[in-house]
Design a binder for this molecule. Structure first.
Ligand code: 3UK
Length: 533
């Protein structure tokens, strides 16, 4: 057995200053850390922007441990706000930019954030709800400011002599940085919200040390990420997956990160991979399936720099692995991670891929597959996957019961069913709750059902996952209509539009089947397993 890498960090520790370490050295500071559109940002410039953001937040009254919500597209403003907030010991809470205003209001109040950094277009639907946000004191808008908000750029320019961050790395280095806040390695650094099958999303609290473990164990240990790598992630920075891919890993290992604020379409990904000569691409299975649908992509785009692709969020069907490898000559490494673990803890490795499996344990993590009574299952049999590692969140904020059932001693209950074969490969066998992963993002069947029954034609609804032509799961709705209402293709489409209008669009049912009744237990609980095709 491989020896487990143990990483020791000092007790006094601030992850933002750790990740920006080296920014003041001439050679490291001048290296390109981020590329966004036609702008490149050196490490020195990123450090200065983070510094300015941190002092601006402090001047607004943001203190140690207080939350600041980021509702930001992938951009240098996200990076500066995230690192700047951590630098002063405040706790950034990035939110999903696809969420509906109702979810955003919930998270803003649950976190009691004092400050919000928001892109102009994303503020628009929230502005009318400001009265419902009693804890929020300052709204900083990236782009043109609106009524009652302040311009993020102006605030950043407020500190120091030069009106804008100095693009000259030598001059940027010469400016005195803020001293990092006196945080400890076990202090909270940031939160990430995760959805459950019922109830509101819950915030996994991550500590100052967590990102470093993921970068060392997975990015360095498994991917072998190095300074000459250029990374592109389809998953955005507000996801744990994207945060590691586009921020933590490149900063920690000196690579360059390509940020893309818009929707990750297959064409956009191909264009960015070619234009920036990206060497590592992070995607999700649905996107790989869509990339395979682009005619002639292997000749239209120069992907000669690409050395590795990563897939996570949901299981990568082996068929997609083979087709992608045949067409583009690159392996896709499937790996399972979670918001609670912060990043990938079981992964395939280059040259040793087992298509259809999630791979083997990332050295530094431990895993157990247990039955419902907590006993180990024999090799090859399916059980509940528990993992242990130094990057896992100690709990959910303000959620004692959920924390106690998920974070048990040193172990984290993943909620996934897995079997491990005799060679150590882990094989995904579904969830232990009814949650669906659609395009790598959580969808709660209960939430979709509760939305469908708000439609005046619907009596009852049940939502389950159904595999599409690529073996990827999408929501399917079984609907019982009210007496006097009749099924039709048009009504099916109306119900799809109805859900799309009320929930984040990726949650809508891709198929609607009208049925006379739903299978139920004696106590009236819907038996979703009977509807799964
Ligand atoms: C499922 C997978 C099979 C699984 C994530 C950081 O997806 C991430 O985080 P989430 O909290 O979801 C976690 C859950 O998603 N899952 C993820 N990857 C796989 N199932 N094969 C996979 N390869 O149910 C897990 O519990 O949104 C977070 C880094 C990488 C990530 N994938």
């Amino acid at each position: 057995m491989e020896s487990l890498p143990r990483i020791a960090l000092p007790e006094r520790f601030n992850v933002a200053s750790e990740l920006l370490e080296g920014a003041r050295e001439a050679d490291r500071g001048a290296r390109t850390a981020f590329v966004c559109g036609d702008r490149s940002h050196s490490l020195a410039e990123v450090a200065e922007l983070a510094d300015r953001a941190g002092s601006a937040f402090a001047e607004l009254g943001l203190e140690l441990e207080q939350r600041i919500v980021l509702l930001c597209l992938d951009s240098i403003e996200f990076v500066a706000s995230f690192l700047g907030a951590i630098g002063i010991g405040a706790v950034p809470v990035p939110l999903n930019t696809l969420w509906r205003p109702r979810d955003l209001v919930y998270a803003l109040n649950d976190s009691r954030a004092k400050v919000l950094v928001v892109h102009r277009a994303l503020w628009e639907p929230l502005a009318p709800l400001r009265d419902e946000l009693p804890f929020l004191r300052h709204v900083l808008v990236v782009g043109e400011p609106a009524d009652g908000t302040r311009a993020f750029e102006e605030l950043l320019a407020g500190r120091g002599a030069s009106p804008a961050p100095d693009p000259d790395p030598a001059r940027a280095r010469a400016r005195a940085p803020l001293a990092p806040a006196p945080t400890r390695r076990d202090d909270p650094a940031f939160w990430l919200y995760s959805s459950g099958s019922t109830g509101a999303p819950k915030a996994a609290v991550h500590l100052q040390q967590d990102m470093i473990f993921c970068a060392e164990l997975y990015a360095r240990g498994v991917l072998g990420l190095r300074p000459d790598d250029v990374v592109l992630s389809a998953a955005k920075l507000f996801f744990a997956y994207g945060l590691g891919n586009s921020l933590t890993f490149p900063l920690r290992l000196g690579a360059t990160s390509v940020l893309y604020p818009e929707r990750a379409t297959p064409e956009a990904m191909f264009e960015l991979l070619a234009a920036h000569r990206a060497t590592i691409f992070f995607g999700v299975p649905t996107l790989y399936a869509a990339m395979l649908q682009v005619p002639g992509a292997e000749t239209r785009y120069d992907l000669s720099a690409l050395r590795l692709c990563v897939s996570a969020g949901e299981a990568l069907p082996s068929e997609l692995y083979h087709r992608f490898r045949e067409r583009f000559g690159v392996e896709i490494l499937d790996g399972i991670g979670s918001t609670e673990a912060l990043h990938i803890f079981i992964s395939n490795r280059a040259g040793e891929v087992r298509p259809g499996a999630s791979g083997r344990l990332v050295p530094g993590y431990e895993a157990r597959i247990l039955d419902d009574d907590g006993a180990r299952v024999p090799p090859g049999e399916i059980g509940n996957l528990w993992i242990k590692g130094q990057s896992t969140a100690p709990g959910y904020f303000g959620q004692r019961a959920k924390s106690q059932s998920t974070m048990v001693g040193e172990w984290l209950n993943t909620g996934d069913k897995y079997a491990q074969d005799s060679e150590g490969f882990f094989h995904y066998a579904g969830r232990s709750d009814d949650m669906l992963k659609v395009g790598g993002i959580w969808v709660s069947p209960v939430e979709v059902e509760n939305t469908l029954i708000q439609h005046d034609a619907v009596l009852e609804a049940a939502v389950v996952g159904q595999a599409d032509g690529d073996e990827l799961v999408k929501p399917k709705a079984f609907v019982v209509l009210k007496p006097g209402r009749f099924s039709s293709t048009a009504l099916g489409e109306e119900l799809q539009a109805f859900v799309k209008g009320r929930l984040a669009p990726y949650k809508y049912p891709r198929w609607v089947e009208f049925v006379a009744e739903l299978p139920k237990t004696a106590t009236g609980k819907i038996q979703r397993f009977k509807l799964r095709g």
